[in-house]
Design a protein around this ligand. Structure first.
Ligand SMILES: [Zn+2]
Length: 532
């Protein structure tokens, strides 16, 4: 028996034990879905990815940084109060699962001097960690550019708040259990983690650009102690004044700093890993949300989407979220896209997915989004996004043809092309050296979607998708593509299907993103689809 076949059989056998086996796993381990950014070798840009790790709750701690009862900045105090109810829910669930909760309200330990959670820490011997705590910048940050100007201490209020130290204790919304710990000292917390054999550390609280990153128990310090560290990105805030560079809203400043953390410091997670609900959003964060879904191995959208999204953050006051699948053609885990619960907040989704099947619940999230009538910007392989060409077994997640009952199959959506995009994908022509001539459909020259697109068209370096004839009565084609000796094909269109508005383009090769006309039409598409 060869190795692949053996693996398939093992997976099938595991699957045969069904839900009970899976339940045991989920009760004993935490499934942590980590979003990461890695700098490209070229030096500019990043690749965004997702990694799932299974953590033993007994080896895991949450550190809650500086969730004070009061801050000198009124806005900061309000946001802490806004976040605290959800945070208390997260820590209650985590505690129940066996995770150690460490409350770290800096400079406010006095009210807790007789609390069992404080005494637990005071009994520890910290000598071993004297001089070993170092919260200085990480070496990888040497060449990094700090994404915001926080030199004015970041009060965003009008009139500006007077500085001071009004904090007295942790906000009472966060319940402290006797079996939790209370400390604001890196040495104490290091000793505690040493005693409890804690390897995995989740940081939450405020403020990401100051204390969460820089306290003696903060991200940098925990990384230097060798811990497996993540930031819970929907349970944190920033001190940033939108009157300072780069002159974006407070919440976009927060998003930009999350990008920094993911690239230079550590991966991030959302509270969904514990609550199984959608991620938290601040009440006052009224930015529209763009959800990027990338799960393909051919067109580098895991690199192109973050760059495009970053530009949108800087110019459009939107929030960008990612649902990420592995950029591969086969293998275990291919049919999984993480973070799709973000669709519940999304006002627009941008997709480039290729031949994936999904857990039925996840496909349900996507179908509800589309049926709600919200818009979609779909590129390239999106026409065959959810057609995996054959049944995919629920267990294992490989492209494994299977004869197990239908209920054990992952969900697909082969009609997505026809019913949502109005397309008719039948493969593509070969790769020609001279590329594909892209031209504006006569009469469409002044359409807002084509603003900034070269009037005479442009050459796409990519191979031409075959889509004729399209399959919706409500389609407006704006660009067509041609190669010698073949009929022209539609390459950009707007489809108003039964419930919503879709812009699809079969362009989207990585080299298309180098063409100004292509970038302009992507930005125009976002503007048009987000217009209320
Ligand atoms: Zn303020």
């Amino acid at each position: 028996m060869n190795k692949n076949l053996l693996f398939t059989v093992l997976i099938a056998l595991l699957g045969a034990h069904g839900a009970q086996g899976q339940q045991t796993t989920s009760q004993s381990k935490l499934t942590i879905s980590m979003e990461k950014r890695k700098a490209l070798d070229s030096g500019s840009g990043v690749i965004i990815s997702n990694e799932i790790q299974e953590w033993n709750p007994n080896e895991t701690a949450i550190i809650i940084c500086d969730m004070w009862d009061q801050h000198w900045c009124k806005g900061a105090t309000e946001r802490v109060a806004d976040m605290a109810t959800h945070m208390n829910k997260v820590i209650s669930i985590a505690r129940e699962k066996g995770v150690l909760i460490v409350h770290a309200p800096s400079d406010c330990l006095d009210p807790y001097k007789n609390h069992p959670a404080r005494k637990t820490v005071q009994q520890l011997k910290t000598k071993k960690f004297k001089g070993r705590i170092n919260a200085d910048k990480l070496s990888i940050e040497d060449k990094a550019v700090w994404p915001i100007d926080d030199s004015d201490n970041g009060c965003d209020c009008f009139p500006e708040c007077a500085h001071g130290s009004p904090w007295r204790k942790q906000i009472e919304t966060l319940k402290i259990d006797d079996k939790d710990a209370i400390s604001d000292s890196g040495e104490e917390i290091a000793a505690l983690f040493d005693q409890r054999k804690i390897n995995n550390v989740i940081l939450m609280g405020v403020h990401t650009n100051i204390c969460v990153i820089g306290r003696t128990f903060g991200l940098r310090s925990m990384i230097k102690l060798g811990k497996n560290v993540v930031l819970m990105r929907d349970m944190t805030d920033i001190m940033y004044d939108s009157k300072q560079s780069p002159y974006v809203s407070h919440f976009t400043g927060n998003s930009l700093f999350i990008e920094y953390v993911e690239q230079y410091i550590c991966p991030t997670i959302v509270s969904t890993d514990f609550t199984k609900e959608k991620q938290f959003r601040f009440k006052k964060d009224n930015r529209q949300v763009i959800g990027f879904i990338t799960a393909e191995n051919e067109y580098r959208t895991n690199e192109k989407f973050p760059a495009f999204a970053h530009d949108l953050l800087m110019t459009k006051n939107v929030q960008c979220e990612y649902a990420i699948g592995s950029p591969m053609t086969e293998g275990p885990g291919i049919h999984n896209i993480e973070n799709l619960q973000m669709l519940k907040d999304a006002d627009l989704i941008v997709t480039c997915v290729r031949r994936r099947a999904l857990e039925p619940e996840k496909m349900g999230l996507l179908k509800s989004y589309i049926q709600s009538g919200k818009p979609l910007l779909a590129i390239r392989t999106s026409s065959h996004a959810f057609d995996a060409k054959g049944n995919v077994s629920r267990s294992g997640g490989g492209v494994v043809a299977s004869n197990v009952p239908v209920a054990d199959q992952l969900a697909q959506w082969p009609e997505f092309d026809k019913d949502v995009l109005g397309g008719n994908y039948q493969g593509h022509y070969g790769h020609l050296q001279e590329g594909t001539d892209i031209s504006i459909v006569p009469g469409m020259e002044s359409h807002p979607l084509l603003k900034g697109v070269a009037p005479k068209g442009f050459v796409s370096p990519s191979w031409l998708y075959i889509n004729r004839p399209l399959r919706s009565e409500n389609i407006q084609v704006l660009l067509s593509g041609s190669i010698p000796g073949e009929p022209a094909q539609p390459v950009l269109w707007i489809n108003k299907h039964a419930t919503g508005k879709v812009i699809y383009t079969s362009l989207g090769h990585w080299d298309d993103w180098k063409i100004e006309s292509f970038n302009n039409l992507m930005t125009n598409a976002v503007d048009i689809l987000l217009k209320k």
